[in-house]
Design a protein around this ligand. Structure first.
Ligand SMILES: NC(=O)c1ccc[n+]([C@@H]2O[C@H](COP(=O)([O-])OP(=O)(O)OC[C@H]3O[C@@H](n4cnc5c(N)ncnc54)[C@H](O)[C@@H]3O)[C@@H](O)[C@H]2O)c1
Length: 449
C-alpha cells in the first residue's frame, strides 16, 4: 500500500519537462497489433487516415465549471510527443520486416499498405529473446543466443542503446506486443531485483522472456507497458527497479473487445442494483494470437486476466444477494477463417425486481488490432509524459492508465478499478491535477447556490 496518502485537493507541484526531440518506440513482437499501430501512425502522418479511437489525438478534457466553456484537446492541455516525433524499432522471432508482417497479419488492406511500403519495409526486427516453453505454438529463426538469461538481457540492453544512437531519439518507451506467454505464478526469484538478477545468471526457468525485455528497459531507464496478460512487470522485482530507475510501468493486457463491453455493462447493472446469475463469454478468433491462445498454458494466462473483471466491479462480498452466486465462463476458440476479425458473444443472465430473470445477448463483430492500435499509441505517449513528469516518474506503477487494461496493475493491497468510466475519470483527473486544475467531482451544487 502507498505509505503517504496526500489529500486529493492538495495542489500538484509537478514539473513537466517539454517533449523535445524524437521519441523512440520499441516493440517486442512485430505481429498484428504492432504493425497495425505503426502502419496507422504513418498513414495518419501522411494524411491518409484519422486517429480514431485515440484519446491523446481526438479526446478533449473539460476544465473548470460546466459554464466556463473550457474544453481543450488532451494533446493541447499536456505536452505530448507528436506523431511526427515517433521513430520505431522492434524484435521478433520471424525475420519479416514490418511491411511483410503487416501483409501477413491481414488487418489493413493492401491498397493502404502499398502507400506506406517504403517506410514499413525499413523496420526490420531485431533478434528476439525467445523460449519455446513460454509460447508453445510458434517457433522462429530470428532468436538470440547467450550463455545465460543475464547475457540475453545484456544483449537487449545493447539493442536499446544502439537504437537510441542510430535513431537520434531523445527518449524511449517499450511496449510489449508479443505473444501471450504461458501462465506462471510469482516465485522467490521475482521478489527483489537482487534475487531476479541471481536467477537470471542461473537461467532460472521462471524468468520469462518478457521479463528480460522489461528488465533491460528498466535498467536503461526506459518506461515499459505490458499489452499482454503475462506476469512480466507485475512482480516486486520490477516494481522496485521501476521506482529505483524512474522508469514508469503499466499493464496488463489491452482492454479492447469483449472485456471493454464487460466493463461498460457490468457497472450499469450494479448501478441499478440488478442481480446476476451468470455471464457466458465466448470468442472465435483466427489470427496468430488466436493460435497461440489455443495452447492451454497461454489460454490460462488470458483467462485469469478476463475473469477478474466481474468480481471487482460487482463486489459480491458487499452485495451477496445480487452477485454472490455468478457463473462466469470465458472461452476463446481458434477459428482460422475469421483471421483478425474476432466475433465475441456474451450471454448475460440478470434478474430484477422480485427476482424475475432477464437475458441480454451481445454479439460484437470486432477487429482486434484495429481496437488495440490506438491504445498502443496513447500508452506510448502517456508513458513518455509520465517519464517527463516529476510527480510520476518515480512512483513505479501508473495506475491512472488502468483505462487501457483488462487487468490493471495497482499498488500491492489495492483492488483494481475496472469500471471504464471511473478509469477515464481517474485518467483525466490525473492530468488536471498535474496541471494544477481543479479536479472534477461532478458534485455541481454550486450551480444552485
Ligand atoms: N489485439 C487485441 O485486441 C489484443 C488485446 C489484448 C491483448 N493483446 C495481446 O497483444 C499481443 C499481440 O497480439 P497480436 O494479435 O499482435 O499477436 P501476433 O501473434 O500477431 O503477434 C505477436 C508477435 O510476437 C512475436 N513474439 C512472440 N514471442 C516473442 C518474443 N519473446 N520476442 C519477440 N517477439 C515475440 C510473434 O512471433 C508474433 O509475431 C498478444 O499477447 C495478445 O494477447 C491483443
Amino acid at each position: 500500500m502507498a505509505k503517504s496518502l496526500k489529500p486529493v485537493s492538495e495542489p500538484s507541484n509537478a514539473v513537466i519537462e517539454p517533449a523535445k526531440g524524437k521519441l523512440g518506440v520499441m516493440i517486442p513482437g512485430m505481429g498484428a497489433v504492432a504493425t497495425t499501430f505503426v502502419a496507422g501512425v504513418e498513414a495518419i502522418r501522411k494524411g491518409l487516415a484519422a486517429p480514431i479511437g485515440s484519446l491523446t489525438q481526438m479526446g478533449t478534457i473539460r476544465l473548470g465549471k460546466r459554464t466556463d466553456g473550457r474544453t481543450p484537446k488532451v494533446n493541447e492541455f499536456v505536452p505530448l510527443a507528436t506523431l511526427n516525433d515517433l521513430v520505431f524499432t522492434g524484435w521478433d522471432i520471424y525475420e519479416d520486416n514490418m511491411y511483410e508482417a503487416a501483409t501477413n497479419a491481414g488487418v489493413l488492406d493492401r491498397y493502404l499498405l502499398e502507400k506506406i511500403k517504403p517506410f514499413l519495409s525499413k523496420i526490420k526486427p531485431r533478434k528476439a529473446v525467445f523460449d519455446h516453453n513460454y509460447v508453445k505454438r510458434i517457433e522462429g529463426p530470428n532468436v538470440k543466443k547467450g550463455k545465460n538469461k543475464m547475457d540475453l538481457a545484456e544483449q537487449l540492453r545493447q539493442d536499446i542503446r544502439d537504437f537510441k544512437k542510430s535513431s537520434g531519439a531523445s527518449r524511449l518507451v517499450t511496449i510489449w506486443c508479443a505473444s501471450t506467454e504461458t501462465f506462471i505464478k510469482p516465485t522467490a526469484a521475482h521478489q527483489s531485483v537482487k534475487a531476479f538478477e541471481k536467477a537470471m545468471l542461473k537461467s532460472d526457468p521462471k524468468i520469462a522472456p518478457s521479463m528480460m525485455y522489461a528488465y533491460a528497459s528498466l535498467m536503461e531507464g526506459v518506461p515499459f507497458a505490458n499489452g499482454a496478460p503475462n506476469l512480466t512487470v507485475d512482480i516486486p522485482a520490477m516494481r522496485e527497479l521501476s521506482r529505483q530507475n524512474e522508469a514508469p510501468i503499466c499493464g496488463k493486457d489491452f482492454k479492447t473487445g469483449q472485456t471493454l463491453m464487460k466493463t461498460v455493462l457490468a457497472p450499469a447493472f450494479k448501478a441499478r442494483l440488478l442481480g446476476m446469475a451468470g455471464w457466458y463469454s465466448t470468442n472465435i478468433l483466427g489470427n496468430r494470437d488466436g493460435e497461440v491462445l489455443d495452447d492451454p498454458g497461454s489460454f490460462k494466462t488470458k483467462e485469469e486476466s478476463k475473469l477478474g473483471v466481474l468480481e471487482h466491479i460487482l463486489q459480491p462480498s458487499i452485495y451477496p444477494e445480487l452477485y454472490g452466486n455468478i457463473f462466469h465462463k470465458v472461452r476463446i476458440n481458434y477459428y482460422p477463417p475469421r483471421g483478425d476479425n474476432k466475433e465475441g458473444w456474451d450471454n448475460i443472465d440478470i434478474f430484477g425486481w422480485l427476482g424475475y430473470p432477464m437475458q441480454i445477448k451481445v454479439d460484437f463483430l470486432c477487429r482486434d488490432s484495429i481496437l488495440a492500435a490506438p491504445l498502443v499509441l496513447d500508452l506510448v505517449l502517456f508513458l513518455d509524459l509520465a517519464k517527463r513528469t516529476s510527480e510520476l516518474r518515480g512512483i513505479g506503477i501508473q495506475e491512472w492508465l488502468s483505462f487501457y487494461f483488462k487487468s490493471p496493475m495497482t499498488a500491492p493491497g489495492l483492488y483494481p478499478e475496472h469500471d471504464l468510466f471511473i478509469q477515464l475519470m481517474k485518467l483525466k483527473n490525473t492530468l488536471r491535477h498535474l496541471k494544477g486544475e481543479e479536479l472534477i467531482t461532478h458534485l455541481g451544487l454550486e450551480y444552485y447556490d
